[in-house]
Structures are given as structure tokens and as C-alpha cells.
Design a protein around this ligand. Structure first.
Ligand code: BES
Ligand code: MN
Ligand code: ZN
Length: 494
């Protein structure tokens, strides 16, 4: 898909499909009333007939127009005038994506920047138009023949003199974030037999090859042995695929500027190991690498925006399978930090690969570290599938992430990591147990990680409920790429 900005009047526009807004109680937006005039009041006639009311995310396709320069119009509802929130605008854009798919237009023009959205300007709106439409048009096609390919090739956002600059800035951000999310989703939707740790490492090298400021280095199992990553290596022992620690370096600021380190869980398939998971829904554990895929997506977005920052991306990639050589409940391993860990449940493997990676992160003298991981089913029990869980040892960092999540509409909700929970991780035989019992599972997982992040400002984002959709519409969401991209944009600006 191609996205662009154009300043053009509607009478001169040539388009296969024009998007204009309508508010509740059938009030036309400015652009809608203009085009109504060009079409001899056709829109007014249709709404008088009651074809559309203007409720948020309603759409109406009008495809027999008395003018020749525009082939179709899609009226888009935005609810009560003056009351439109950012989330509602995004919901309407989801409906727009569906309407664009269904109407088979080859190109479209979007005259929606005249719609008023609370706490949003033309930059935010343009960015969201690109992000949400691109997300809605995404089609997985690597291993499935796609017989109804969406014909849409280009989307032009129509701006005026006053908002052109903002729209242009929003477009550049929107394209970068949309491309980042697309990469994350593509990798995440791949099956575990294709997307192995080796494949993830290859894709990281490909990404680094595409961007001048980005480089990539892969640590092999023997490198990890040298570093003493006993926790990470114990997880991969049950797998025939070699584990990889993918290290990406994005340098676009002065060399002495401390990097932001992003860590993403890259478990390419999680069967649970000897503590085998139940069969129901186990296929979805191919998504256990979504944190890692998000780090790749975020670095793609940051590179495309050329953000003046230094960023390190670390992705521990491994499988977790049952095998004669696999971890067993009761096994004790020694982490890179020197702490011993009693593995009471081999299915709590994410924290084992992450703790060594978080220890390794110290080497980069980080400004801050943020990890993202499909870490616990308990996080879905606690928060559902709406926000990701946010944990951290630094209030300012957590505040900044919360603020970025509001702007990006990629929600997080803060959870505690009070020391009161440490009790649950006590072991009679090791410094730490790898599980904390049935209560507060997403918190004890985060508390476990916090024992390895005491030397820097750190946040952990549990994306177990948000990285993919389950059910008939199963597929990766690309979260939290938009959130972290926004955070990085904010940091680069400060
Ligand atoms: N990858 C899973 C977490 C998960 C489960 C994410 C379901 C999304 C949906 C993780 O490795 C895991 O298995 N966690 C266990 C921890 C438990 C053994 C303490 C879990 O959540 O059941
Ligand atoms: Mn697991
Ligand atoms: Zn897992």
C-alpha cells in the first residue's frame, strides 16, 4: 500500500473512492456537504431516506454518482459532533478499512481531517488513519492462497494549507509504525516449524541490512555458555533447534549517549516442556515470540523515522519442548547473574530466558530497559485482552509509558511489584523458585524478573492478552509496537 498527502479541492479530485464524515442526527461534515453540492444533493437525499444516521463507525457506500471524477463515496459515521474521542476515531477507521476492502476500490482519498477529535490534531489523525487502515487491510499469505486479494493500492489523505505540515508529519510516523506492526504480525503469524529461532535471527539480519543505522549480531549457544547463561540454556536443552540471542544495534545519536534497551521474549514455540501444556489451543503458543517480533517491528519503525536515539534490541529466541534432555521439575540452574533457580514448573520458561538477557543488558550501560513478553496466562485473567500489564521499578518511566500508551491508543495498566510478593518465590534448595504459586501469577513473574534488573531503570510489559487475537479472527495484533514507537518518538523529542 502507498500512502500520501495531497492538497486538492474535491471538484478537481480524481478518485475511485472518497471518504467523508457524517455526524449523528445526519449532520454532514464540511467535506461531505461540499461533495453533496457537487452531486446535486444526492447525499442529502440518501440520509433523508434514512440510509445512514451517523452513529460512530457506521459506513454507507454510495456507488452510482452523477459526477465523473469520483467513482464511489463512503460516508463514515462519527457519532455526536464535538464528542468524538480518540478511541472512537480509531474504531471508525477500522470500519473504514472494512468498507475499503469490501467496495473493491483500487485507490481511495480520505477527506476526514475536518472531523473534530478530542485531544487530537491533524498529525495524530493522519497517523491513525494510516496505522488503522493498514492494520485492517493486512492479509496473511505466506502459507495460504489468498483468492480475494484487496485491490486497494493507494490511499491519499486530503489536507488543506493549514494542516498540511501536521498531516505530512503524521503520515511519515504512520507509515513507519504501520510497517513496523506489519513486520511484527507477519513473523508472529508464521507457524513454529517455519519461524524457528534460526529464522528469527535471519530476519533480524535482513532487517539490519535494510537500514543504515541498524546492525545485528547473533550470539550462539557456545557464546551463551561462555557468558554463563545457565537459565536461558536450560530452556533450549529440550529442543533440536539451536537457541539464538539476537542483538540489534540502532545508532542514530552520538556514541556516548546511553542506549534504550528493548528486550523481547522470542519463544518460537512453547509446549510447556516436561510440564506439558494441555492440547486445547496449544497452537497459539507459536505466538510466544511476539515480544521478540515486536522488538524487530519497533526497530523497523525507529529506523524509518530516523529517530535521534541509540537503541539496543535483545531477543532471546528458543523453543520450549518436552524431551529426554529437557528441564525437569526440581532441576536447579545457575543464571548469568549467579543466582540459582529451582525450576518447579518447566512451563515458566519465559522468565528463564529473559533473566539472563536482562543481566546481559547491563553490558550496554542502558538509560532504561523495557522488556515485552507473552509471559503469563495470569495476566489475561487479571486484565483481559484490553490493556497489556505494565510493571516497573521506576515511577517516571512507568508514567512516560502510560502517557505514550494513551497517545498511541495501545493501552497498558500498571500492576505492583511490591516486595510483599517475594515470599512466594522462596525455594528450599535455590536462591529463587521459578514460579510463585497460583496467586497473582503475572505479578510474581514480574517480581522474578525484578531480581535481575536492580541496577537500572526497568519496565516490563506482559503482552500475553494483547499480542494476538484468539478465536475465529485469530491473528497477531502488532502490539505493543505503536506504544513503544510513541515512547521513542517522545524521547527523541525531549
Ligand atoms: N507463554 C506462556 C504464557 C501464556 C499462556 C501467554 C497463555 C499467553 C497465553 C508462559 O510461558 C507460560 O506458560 N506461563 C505459565 C506460567 C505458570 C507455569 C507459572 C502460565 O501462564 O500458565
Ligand atoms: Mn510456558
Ligand atoms: Zn512461554
Amino acid at each position: 500500500m502507498d500512502y500520501s498527502i495531497e492538497s486538492i479541492t474535491l471538484d478537481k479530485l480524481q478518485s475511485d473512492c472518497l471518504l467523508v464524515g457524517i455526524y449523528e442526527k445526519q449532520q454532514l461534515s464540511y467535506a461531505a456537504s461540499l461533495v453533496d453540492g457537487l452531486c446535486d444533493g444526492l447525499i442529502s437525499k440518501l440520509i433523508a431516506r434514512g440510509d445512514i444516521n451517523g452513529k460512530n463507525a457506521e459506513t454507507l457506500l454510495i456507488n452510482n454518482l452523477p459526477i465523473t471524477n469520483i467513482n464511489r463515496i463512503v460516508l463514515v459515521g462519527f457519532g455526536e459532533r464535538g464528542k468524538l474521542t480518540r478511541k472512537q476515531f480509531r474504531k471508525a477507521m477500522t470500519a473504514v478499512a472494512k468498507a475499503l476492502k469490501d467496495c473493491k476500490a483500487k485507490n481511495a482519498a480520505c477527506a476526514l481531517l475536518d472531523v473534530e477529535v478530542a485531544k487530537a490534531d491533524a498529525q495524530w489523525m493522519t497517523r491513525q488513519i494510516v496505522e488503522v487502515v493498514n492494520d485492517g487491510l493486512y492479509q496473511y499469505s505466506t502459507t495460504k492462497q489468498c483468492d480475494d486479494k484487496v485491490p486497494l493500492q493507494t490511499l491519499t489523505v486530503i489536507a488543506n494549507e493549514a494542516n498540511h505540515k501536521l498531516a505530512q508529519a503524521g503520515l511519515a510516523q504512520g507509515i513507519a509504525i504501520a510497517q513496523g506492526m506489519a513486520l511484527t504480525k507477519q513473523l508472529a503469524d508464521l507457524p513454529g516449524n517455519i519461524c524457528t529461532p534460526t529464522y528469527l535471527a535471519e530476519q533480524a539480519l535482513v532487517l539490519a541490512g535494510q537500514h543504515e543505522n541498524l546492525s545485528c549480531e547473533i550470539l550462539e549457544e557456545h557464546d551463551m555458555e561462555g557468558l554463563g547463561m545457565g537459565a536461558f540454556l536450560s530452556v533450549t536443552r529440550g529442543s533440536r533447534q539451536p537457541a539464538k540471542l539476537i542483538c540489534l544495534h540502532y545508532q542514530s545519536s552520538d556514541a556516548h549517549v546511553k542506549p534504550i534497551v528493548l528486550v523481547g521474549k522470542g519463544l518460537t514455540f512453547d509446549a510447556g516442556g516436561i510440564s506439558l501444556k494441555p492440547g486445547q489451543g496449544m497452537d497459539e503458543m507459536k505466538y510466544d515470540m511476539c515480544g521478540g517480533a515486536s522488538v524487530l517491528g519497533i526497530l523497523r519503525a525507529a529506523s524509518m523515522m530516523n529517530l535521534k536515539l541509540n537503541i539496543v534490541g535483545l531477543i532471546p529466541a528458543s523453543e520450549n519442548l518436552p524431551d529426554g534432555n529437557a528441564n525437569k521439575p526440581g532441576d536447579i540452574v545457575t543464571s548469568m547473574a549467579g543466582k540459582t533457580i529451582e525450576i518447579l514448573n518447566t512451563d515458566a520458561e519465559g522468565r528463564l530466558i529473559l533473566c539472563d538477557t536482562l543481566t546481559y543488558a547491563k553490558k550496554f550501560d542502558p538509560e532504561i530497559v523495557v522488556d515485552m513478553a507473552t509471559l503469563t496466562g495470569a495476566c489475561i485473567v487479571a486484565l483481559g485482552r484490553v490493556p497489556s500489564g505494565l510493571f516497573g521499578n521506576d515511577d517516571k518511566l512507568c508514567e512516560e509509558l502510560l502517557e505514550a500508551s494513551e497517545t498511541a491508543c495501545d493501552m497498558v495498566w500498571r500492576m505492583p511489584i511490591w516486595e510483599d510478593y517475594q515470599e512466594q518465590l522462596k525455594s528450599n534448595f535455590a536462591d529463587l523458585a521459578n514460579i510463585g504459586g497460583p496467586d497473582g501469577g503475572s505479578i510474581t513473574a514480574a517480581v522474578f524478573l525484578s531480581k535481575f534488573t536492580e541496577d537500572y531503570r526497568w519496565a516490563h510489559i506482559d503482552i500475553a492478552g494483547t499480542a494476538w487475537r484468539t478465536g475465529a479472527n485469530k491473528g497477531a495484533t502488532g502490539r505493543p509496537v505503536a506504544l513503544l514507537s510513541q515512547y521513542l518518538i517522545n524521547r527523541a523529542a525531549s
